[in-house]
Design a protein around this ligand. Structure first.
Ligand code: TXA
Ligand code: MG
Length: 350
């Protein structure tokens, strides 16, 4: 059974950090908040400790882990070198929700990178996470803390339910601030390549890195170009109740006003849609605030499991700013897309 420590992520006490650091140094597993989602961490330099992550998460071994650092000095313990043009950029993006791929050095065991010679690294913008890494004295490898294929965890209460008998410690630190995972960019080649949209928008990153192409794969419309990001080929984020994507906003709105779906279907939509809904509706926030929508998305997937008999219908959002990552997660979590009420009825009442 995990020890659960209620800890303020903005003002973590030294004794709470020491407690977690001791577990990390001894090869144990710690669930901790970052600014994006909760992570399930172990000593990144210990192959045995990192193997435990794959077991606890039920994660396929070719799906590599992000290594979290607390200082630029620690970066040099992880990578073989940093491309010259990238060094000045690091202070602009870290600490923050951006993960970069670098050539790894041999202190990082192969189990962390799934055999790849590139390692994914980021410096999280969360005092508890940074304090834990620093106090441990080692980089911490951590995937998102959900069990494989489940929605990522953005609230400590979900971490406790899902992981209490699988890890040594869970920091009970409330909700994360962004709610969507970091943006991943491969900077090891000539041009930066977006591997996963996330909490830092591509528009923001273009002002730092120059042109970045957005592929169908980053939008969640196609599978990963294996082997560049092997882990991304897996099914992701799916709630236990069927999640259906409405092809148009209007369709979600029409369904929300149709009482025949009551009890069977819930809408996951904007506050604008939910305020006029006659069936259960989980509001993600206003359509004009995609950051808020992103923050609430994964929790809404888990809430859906509690409140309906059959399925959830999620509305589409525009793919600007955070909307790109929001739609990527929605597409990956959805079992299907419907284009009409008739199609939806078939899925719900069949
Ligand atoms: O915000 C985040 O990034 C969170 C927090 C905990 O930091 N972490 C996270 O980790 O989302 P995870 O493991 O759930 O997703 C990381 C993705 C995986 O899809 C994996 O395939 C990819 O990063 N990745 C990690 N290392 C890689 C590598 N060496 N090469 C290519 N892709 C890699
Ligand atoms: Mg994940």
């Amino acid at each position: 059974m995990a020890r659960i420590l209620k800890t303020d992520p903005d003002n973590p006490q030294m004794e709470d950090l020491e407690f977690g650091a001791e577990i990390i140094r001894n090869g144990g597993l710690v669930v901790f908040p970052t600014e994006t989602v909760y992570g399930l961490g172990a000593n990144a330099k210990s192959a045995d400790a990192c193997k435990k992550i794959f077991i606890a998460k039920e994660r396929p071994s070719d799906n590599p882990l992000i290594v979290h650092i607390s200082s630029l000095k620690m970066l040099d313990e992880v990578v073989s070198h940093v491309p010259e043009n990238i060094r000045p950029v690091l202070e602009m993006i870290w600490p923050g929700p951006v993960t970069l791929l670098f050539p790894k050095n041999n202190l990082i065991p192969d189990v962390v990178t799934g055999g790849s010679d590139l390692v994914a690294v980021r410096m999280p913008d969360n005092k508890l996470a940074l304090g834990l890494i620093e106090t441990s004295g080692v980089p911490i490898a951590a995937p998102s803390a959900n069990v494989s294929t489940r929605p990522s965890i953005t609230a400590s209460r979900h971490a406790i339910v899902e992981l209490v008998d699988k890890v040594d410690l869970i920091y009970d630190s409330g909700n994360t601030s962004y709610g969507l995972e970091s943006t991943i960019i491969d900077v090891s080649g000539l041009k930066p390549v977006l591997l996963r949209s996330g909490s830092k928008s591509v528009e923001d990153l273009r002002s730092i890195f120059g042109p970045i192409e957005v592929t169908d794969f980053a939008r969640g419309l196609a599978e990963s170009p294996v082997p560049r990001a092997p882990g991304m080929k897996y099914r992701h984020y799916a709630p236990r109740k069927k999640l259906i994507l409405a092809s148009e906003r209007q369709l979600a709105e029409a369904a929300s006003k149709n009482p025949e779906f009551s009890g069977k279907l819930a809408i996951i939509g904007s506050s604008e849609i939910c305020s006029n809904s006659s069936i259960k509706c989980l509001s993600l926030g206003s359509e004009s605030d995609l950051g808020e929508v992103g923050r609430n998305l994964f929790s809404s997937f888990r809430e859906l499991e509690e409140i309906v008999e059959v399925a959830g219908l999620v509305m589409p959002f525009t793919e600007n700013g955070m909307g790109l990552a929001v739609m990527n997660r929605i597409r990956k979590a959805s079992a299907s897309t419907v284009e009409s009420i008739e199609e939806l009825e078939k899925l719900i009442f069949q």
